[in-house]
Design a protein around this ligand. Structure first.
Ligand code: NDP
Ligand code: OXD
Length: 293
């Protein structure tokens, strides 16, 4: 029984070393150096090679090396019976929160003399940590999620569904996308949505590039619907040098570095899930395949 690490575009060694230190008993191999494919029970994946999952007959769990899982869910070779888990934790959330605080402080948001009102799209692990930090600094904070909020009122104000989204957008100065990429959220950041925002709102997209219709962002900036944008994720990564987004002074670009998975934090979650898998126990940070996150 073994664990496979397959992330051809990232250095797998820091994760392998962290796994050796937290779980020396777990037999680990690194793609493409796999002695016996039939013994692999868990695969840790990030932009893994096409067709790989079809070659692992004993696979029980796929584990994303990051928080996002669309790269696994979109794999046509993913068997129905294989579970999906992902990495999450305090370090990932703290790093995202730090990035968002810096970007909001640097953004010049039209018409806001006071602290701009933050509207979070998504209220999961990362957005909840960010919301706490913004509230501590006395920003008004709202968040939109899929499931209806509990009736109890509290901070931040929670919205759900299409009407909730419209309500939140109309009161938002800085819109932060922290959604997973699913069929329901793809292309959500489009002109129709920007028209519902407070005029001159500022957009920060740290979710996925495919949440944003990039031409619509340029139109919204031209029409003054938005005052600026900060994009950590784009449809093509890395962006070609001559792409219109790279030269637009109203747009700040970072290169999918808002929050990088810490190998030790990842190793702890992965090792814990490996043990749970072996014991037939429920996994941590397990993905609901139907919901897509
Ligand atoms: P979670 O799975 O913890 O949270 C997802 C949130 O999105 C939940 O609140 C969920 O609602 C909400 N949501 C999902 N679908 C919808 C929908 N259709 N309508 C409204 N709300 C919806 O995710 P994380 O916070 O851990 O991560 C979020 C995303 O951030 C990742 O999927 C990844 O794409 C991105 N990311 C980017 C990084 C970067 O460096 N740029 C680093 C790490 C992650 P509900 O609460 O009702 O379930
Ligand atoms: C992630 C990411 O999903 O790095 O963790 O984007």
């Amino acid at each position: 029984m073994s664990l496979l690490i397959a992330m051809p575009h990232r250095d797998p060694q820091p994760l392998a070393a962290a796994l050796r230190s937290v779980a020396p008993d777990i037999e680990t191999c690194i793609w493409p150096d796999i002695a016996d494919w039939s013994t692999v029970r868990m695969a840790v994946l990030w932009q893994h090679p096409a067709g790989l999952l079809a070659d692992l007959p004993g696979l029980q769990v796929t584990h994303s090396f990051g928080a996002g899982v669309e790269h696994i869910l979109n794999d046509p070779a993913l068997p129905e019976y294989v579970q999906i888990a992902r990495v999450s934790g305090a370090k990932l959330a703290a790093s995202m929160t730090g990035y968002l605080l810096r970007q909001v402080a640097a953004a010049s948001v039209a018409g806001s003399d006071n602290k701009p009102a933050i509207g979070l799209l998504g209220y999961g692990q990362l957005a909840q940590a960010a919301a706490r930090a913004f509230l501590q600094r006395e920003y008004p904070v709202m968040a939109w999620r899929r499931r209806q909020p509990d009736p109890a009122t509290g901070q931040p104000r929670i919205f759900a569904g299409p009407t909730g989204l419209r309500d939140m957008l109309g009161q938002t100065d800085v819109l932060i996308c922290l959604l997973p990429l699913t069929p329901d959220t793809r292309d959500l950041l489009n002109l129709e949505l920007f028209r519902q925002c407070r005029r001159g709102a500022y957009l920060i997209n740290v979710g996925r590039g495919a949440h944003l219709v990039e031409e619509d962002l340029l139109t919204a900036l031209d029409e003054g619907l938005l005052s600026g944008a900060c994009l950590d994720v784009t449809r093509n990564e890395p962006l070609p040098a001559d792409h219109p987004l790279t030269t637009d002074p109203r747009i700040i670009l970072t290169h999918h570095t808002a929050s990088l998975t810490d190998p030790m934090e990842a190793a702890e979650v992965i090792a814990e899930n490996y043990r749970r898998m072996a014991a037939g126990q429920p996994l941590k940070f397990v993905v609901d395949r139907e919901a897509g996150y």
